[in-house]
Design a protein around this ligand. Structure first.
Ligand SMILES: Cc1cc2nc3c(=O)[nH]c(=O)nc-3n(C[C@H](O)[C@H](O)[C@H](O)COP(=O)(O)O)c2cc1C
Length: 211
């Protein structure tokens, strides 16, 4: 099994990286292969709402000058996905949001590319805005019919300068527990596939409240 993790920070080895790394170390101990992809230090355009992904249904975003399509395929191939972001003005980083809007829109337009994969999110923050940012990241996963593990606190680490989160003992424990719970959930689902039938996907009811 394998997990792909996305670092939404402009710092390649900043606090978000360390938070992700702590989760990935636990997954690796359980024999799960892991990889970190740096998103926050790349140029990524936002979704332009062209809706071409709904027409082409080729698992691609029609904006093809950046790496979003490669990252979508890496998620398609993965058993687990982790979204990591620093808190920027009580939100995920702009680059991470641009990537996730496009990737998850393409996933939905193509029949649910990430459906029933395991997914989680982690956040690095100096002081405030962590829970709303975590909620923001979780909402992509929840919309995509993914399965989410939990920890013994919300998935938040505190620190300002790169590496400071390693001094946040509670945050470090939160990440390790999350990693162990994620590994267990992934293995449980894998094992369950031999004996249980997954719920069938339904045709989505799509209303705009008025029609
Ligand atoms: C543009 C910008 C906005 C930020 N906004 C917040 C914020 O709203 N709340 C907060 O506590 N920290 C904020 N921070 C601090 C970062 O969240 C914090 O330093 C974090 O640990 C950085 O993680 P990184 O090293 O992975 O980039 C902001 C930093 C930047 C650069």
């Amino acid at each position: 099994m394998n997990v792909v993790a996305f670092n939404g920070s402009p710092h390649q080895e900043g606090n978000t990286y360390h938070a992700l790394k702590m989760v990935l170390e636990e997954l690796e101990k359980e024999g799960i292969k892991t990889e970190i992809i740096n998103v926050g230090n790349k140029k990524v355009n936002g979704c332009v709402a062209c809706l071409k992904c709904h027409k082409s249904r080729d698992q691609r975003c029609q904006q093809s000058k950046d790496q979003v399509n490669d990252w979508i395929q890496q998620m398609v191939k993965a058993d687990g996905i982790i979204l990591g972001s620093p808190v920027h003005f009580a939100s995920a980083s702009a680059t991470m949001t641009a990537f996730l809007d496009r990737a998850f829109y393409v996933a939905g337009a193509n029949g649910g590319l990430f459906r029933h994969k395991v997914g989680t999110a982690v956040v690095a923050v100096r002081r405030a805005g962590a829970t709303v940012t975590l909620d923001q990241l979780h909402r992509y996963l929840l919309y995509a019919e993914m399965f989410l593990p939990s920890s013994n606190y919300w998935n938040i680490t505190h620190g300002a300068m790169p590496g400071e989160v390693l001094q946040d003992a509670e945050g470090c424990q939160t990440m390790s527990v999350l990693g162990r719970n994620m590994a267990f959930l992934m293995k449980s689902i894998q094992q369950g596939k031999d004996t249980l039938t997954a719920p069938q996907q339904v045709r989505k009811v799509f209303t705009n409240f008025i029609h």
